[in-house]
Design a protein around this ligand. Structure first.
Ligand code: AMP
Length: 308
């Protein structure tokens, strides 16, 4: 069994989609990554920070999924990171309405002692200096470091972001963000430029259009499962990343061939995430549901063609 250390926000979100609106509900990149990775037989820990307003039941939920929460600092007099977003009809674009960093403003992540030798490190979407600090604390060089980020950090901390990107193996990023980071419209060219920044593997997430994995001249594509109803895409990217990293931590095989499977696992798990608001669908996902969905992915993409 592999060890996975996750750093990312544990948050309150308020979400509006064409299907409805929520008040403050459980959210955060770290939360989605942790819930997704909990579908694998791995020891995982989340490193994060919350305020005194964070409800105990949410911490209990994470613990119930066998996630080590000793690295989640609770600042009694502080407020939890809050994000609010609104989706448009096509659900592929969203506006961020509010980002309140709150306790995140002075966050010094502390990796639990027994996770400093984790084989896989998942640096969730957070300030790049926080991501770097987690890497600095690892006492054994991890087998794989995966980083996820977003335009918010490109806008306010681009140099720090470029510095941490130099130190990682895999970046997961969405298409618009890959374009923003590189100034290239073609995703193939963008991936090439990101390779030159450091990561040997580049995963570009394209929302309902699936995900691309690049490794030098090699390329792999996994679709997203076409769904009749997408209620809330929040957290789909993080769920993808959690599935990707969780699968690689479990198998311990970080080859390009195995990363293809990790992309499919990530896509399958993300397809559940969007079926309900917030984390709801990810809270009670059974092994057999995941297996069935993987089978659907297989049927969706497998074909025999005779070359003449
Ligand atoms: P995703 O839909 O995968 O991009 O992730 C949505 C989650 O990211 C939400 O649950 C938010 O709490 C969290 N989030 C939004 N903005 C930020 C940010 N600037 N830094 C870290 N996490 C964020």
């Amino acid at each position: 069994m592999g060890k996975l250390v996750i750093v990312g926000t544990v948050a309150y979100d308020a979400i509006e989609t064409p299907f409805g609106k929520t008040d403050k509900i459980l959210g955060g990149a770290g939360t989605y990554i942790g819930l997704s990775a909990s579908n694998f037989d791995v020891d995982s820990a989340i490193v994060s920070i919350v305020g005194g307003d964070f409800e105990q039941k949410y911490l209990d939920l994470l613990s119930s999924k066998n996630i080590d929460i000793s690295g989640i600092e609770i600042v009694k007099e502080g407020k939890t990171f809050f994000w609010s977003g609104k989706y448009h009809n096509d659900m592929n674009s969203r506006d961020t309405l509010i980002t309140e960093l709150n306790t995140l403003e002075d966050f010094n992540p502390v990796v639990p002692e027994n996770y400093k030798d984790a084989e896989v490190v998942m640096l969730g979407n957070l300030h790049p200096l926080v991501q770097s600090s987690v890497l600095d604390q690892m006492t054994v060089k991890p087998k794989l470091v995966v980083l996820d980020t977003m335009n918010f950090w490109m806008d306010i901390a681009l140099e720090d972001l470029k510095n941490v990107i130099k130190r990682i193996d895999v970046i997961t990023i969405n298409d618009e963000e890959a374009r923003q980071l590189t100034g290239e419209y073609s995703l193939v060219v963008a991936a090439k430029k990101i390779h030159e920044m450091g990561p040997k593997y580049v995963v570009i997430k394209k929302g309902e259009h699936g995900a691309l994995l690049f490794h030098n001249e090699q390329m792999f594509y996994a679709p997203a499962l076409p769904l009749a109803e997408v209620f809330d895409p929040t957290g789909a990217g993080d769920t993808f990343a959690g599935g990707f990293a969780g699968y690689l931590a479990k198998t311990g095989d970080v080859s390009f061939e195995n990363m293809k499977n990790a992309v499919v696992y990530g896509s399958a798990l993300a397809s559940f995430c969007v079926e309900k608001f917030g984390t709801e669908r990810m809270e009670n996902l059974s092994h057999s549901e995941v297996q069935q969905r993987l089978m659907q992915f297989k049927h969706l993409t497998q074909f025999e063609i005779e070359l003449t």
